[in-house]
Design a protein around this ligand. Sequence first.
Ligand code: ZN
Ligand code: ZN
Length: 301
Amino acid sequence: MIVRVLGSAAGGGVPQWNCACVNCVAARGGRAPRRTQSSVALSTDGKRWLLLNCSPDIAHQIEAFAPLQAPRLRGTPIAGMLFTDANVDHLGGLSVLRQHGTHHFLLRSSALVRAIALAQPSFAPFGRPPHRWLECPLDATSEPHDPDDLVGNRLIVRTIPVVGTTPGYNGRRSARGAVVAYEIFERGTDRRLLFAPVFAAVDDVLRAAIERAELAFLDGSFYSDDELITLGLAAKSTRLLGHSAVGGPDGTLERLRGVRARTIFTHLNNSNPMLDPSSVEYASVRERGVEIAYDGMEIAL
Ligand SMILES: [Zn+2]
Ligand SMILES: [Zn+2]
C-alpha cells in the first residue's frame, strides 16, 4: 500500500490567510514548510487512489502530486473517499470537485456524517447518481462494494467510533458516529493503517486500534488544552473543540506509552508550538519516537 500525505494541517492550513502568528509568519517567509489542510491518499497499484478526507485544498494537492492528475482528456485516478467527520476542512473539497465527467465517486462515512453533509446544498449532489455515498457501520468491517471500489477491490476498512462532536455548523453535539477513525488493510495482509486525525480522547477502543496498527496517523491539532486561549486566538479549549491535546498528563503522548506502531501526528493547527523544530514541544514529541507529518510525506506499507 502506498500512503501519501496530501496535507498535514488542521483547518486554515499553515499559513492561514488571516493569521500572523509565529508559525504562519515563518511559513509565509519560507522559514518553515507550508502545509495544506489534512488529507491522505492511498493506493495499492499507484493507479487508483482512495482519499482519506478531502480538504478544500484538494485542487492544489492534485497539482502537487502527479499520480492524482487526469490520466486522459477528462478523468481522475481518485476512485473513492472516506470521511472521518463532517468538518468543512475534511470534506469541503467536494465542493471543489464539481466538474464531473464520466467518472463517479464512491464515498463512505458514518450514517450521521452522511446525513449532516448531505443536508448542505454544496455537498448534496454527492448523495445522488452517478455518485454513491455508502454508510460505514460503526465497529464493523466494510468489504468492497463493486470492482471499482476501495481501489480495485483490494482494501478492507474497519470503522472505529472515537470520542468527538459534530462540526460547529451542526452545533458541536457529542454523538456516536460524529467522528470515526479508519483501520485499513490490504486483503491477504495484516499490516494495518490507522487513520485517526480527529478525536477528543484516546479511549480504550482507540488505544487498542493503535496497538493493532503498523502505522497510525493521529490527531496532532493542538499541543496543550489552553493553546488558543493563551495565544489570544480563541476563547475555546482544545477539548471543547473536539480534540485531545498532544501534551499534558492526560494528553495523547501519555496514552501512547508502550505502543509499538509507527505513530505520526497530523492535522496540525497553525497555533501548535510543535511545528517549530527548535521548540521544547517538538523535542517532547520526537523523544517519544513520534513523528510529525508533512505535505508530500510518502510511506510504503
Ligand atoms: Zn479539521
Ligand atoms: Zn497562524
